[in-house]
Write a protein that binds this ligand. Structure first.
Ligand code: ADP
Ligand code: MG
Length: 359
């Protein structure tokens, strides 16, 4: 079967391959398709290839092979046309810390050929929208992390792009500022009708924010779908039983024997006082599990049923927990992710939006 890139897609990348000097394979055949008006999340641990994908799609890097279009334009043949249609918010802020917020926005507008009152009005509109009017004439280095990130988003919007690229929009922000950023991104996609492609290594962020997700691992997409589709694909709930006492080497066979053969129970694991299994129907399995443990004389402290999470989806497709992949990537990740920790994006609490009653 031939795979054609859909002309209707806002962003389409087909079989992107990218290697860096030193034989580092950043992408090894990455394919995604983003529909107009949706928030699409590239979710993967550090080093997965998310930023490299963003750089290719925003014409800042070229792939070794593969094709991509953005807003209908080929990124290799017509990079200038692509640039005109997109806003880019890089992982690292592009604002000049020594200039004011207003001057940063005006400079950005001039880069896109705007000037005069049209530019002045657009700058004022964005300052207002992102709650930066009061701080507009202060240098950016005096801004909090949340204010800087809001300015970054405003900078990406000056020329009214169709497609917005956000690389790790909330990395380093405190929870409250992150939540406010989520609201703003949702609004950009909703009422403003933008198509948004964002990257994140936060499972909860992808879950909350993205209409659809591509799970990226080692330079390729291992699963695509809405968060619900991906979770439903696992078919079944997790049942976690907390025992009153630790399972020992002596007692483990009895615990396993009690539960393992119950109908619909699979993927049994035992760790300390915690016994976990996957079942087709968690609510139905709970009484059977409790009865079986009771009969075997194993006292239970608590039991919970959990719907599958994106972490479970990742485990299923990649074979390890997301946090483990992050921990593995951290020491050797000399690439674009490395400056995240050094960027000192320390943050005081401040709301992304004070108008509109969203908080
Ligand atoms: P992510 O954004 O998902 O953390 P990246 O796309 O930044 O991943 O990196 C993918 C891989 O490519 C990593 O192994 C990273 O170290 C490497 N890499 C990224 N940029 C460069 C570069 N400029 N030179 C060499 N290696 C790089
Ligand atoms: Mg990155």
């Amino acid at each position: 079967m031939r795979t054609e890139m859909s002309a209707a897609a806002a962003v389409a990348a087909h079989d992107l391959v990218k290697t860096y000097p030193g034989d580092i394979t950043a992408l090894c055949g990455l394919t995604i398709e983003v529909r107009p008006g949706e928030v699409f999340g590239l979710l993967g641990p550090n080093g997965a290839g998310k930023s490299t994908t963003m750089k290719i799609l925003t014409t800042l890097a070229t792939p070794d092979s593969g094709r991509a279009t953005v807003a209908g334009h080929d990124v290799l043949r017509h990079p200038d046309r692509v640039r005109h249609e997109i806003g880019v918010i890089a992982q690292r802020s592009g604002a000049d810390p020594l200039a004011t917020g207003r001057d940063n926005l005006a400079l950005q507008g001039r880069l896109y050929g705007m000037s005069g009152s049209r530019l002045r009005h657009r700058v004022a509109e964005l300052l207002n929208r992102f709650d930066l009017t009061e701080a507009a004439d202060r240098t950016v280095r005096t801004y909090s992390g949340g204010m800087q990130r809001r300015l970054d988003v405003a900078l990406g919007l000056v020329h009214r792009p169709q497609v917005l690229f956000l690389d790790e929009p909330t990395t380093g922000l405190d929870p409250e500022t992150r939540a406010a950023m989520w609201v703003e991104i949702g609004r950009l996609a909703g009422s403003d009708g933008l198509t948004i492609l964002l990257t994140t290594h936060y499972l909860d962020e992808a879950d909350r924010l993205a209409d659809r997700i591509a799970l990226v691992d080692h330079g390729t997409v291992v699963a695509t779908g809405t968060p619900d589709e991906l979770k439903d694909g696992l078919r079944g709930d997790a049942v976690h039983v907390e025992l009153r006492t630790n399972v020992t080497a002596q007692s483990e066979p009895a615990v396993r024997a009690a539960i393992a053969d119950l109908p619909g129970v699979r993927e049994l694991s035992v760790d300390g006082r915690r016994v976990s299994a996957r079942t087709d129907d968690g609510a139905a399995a709970v009484p059977a599990v409790l009865t079986a443990l009771d009969r075997a004389g194993i006292p239970v402290a608590a039991v919970t049923v959990a719907r599958p999470s994106l972490d479970d989806v990742y485990l299923r497709h990649v074979g390890r927990r997301f946090a483990e992949a992050e921990a593995d990537a951290a020491p050797g990740d000399a690439g674009a992710g490395a400056h995240e920790t050094g960027a000192a994006r320390t943050e005081t609490t401040d709301a992304l939006t004070t108008t509109g009653g969203s908080r």
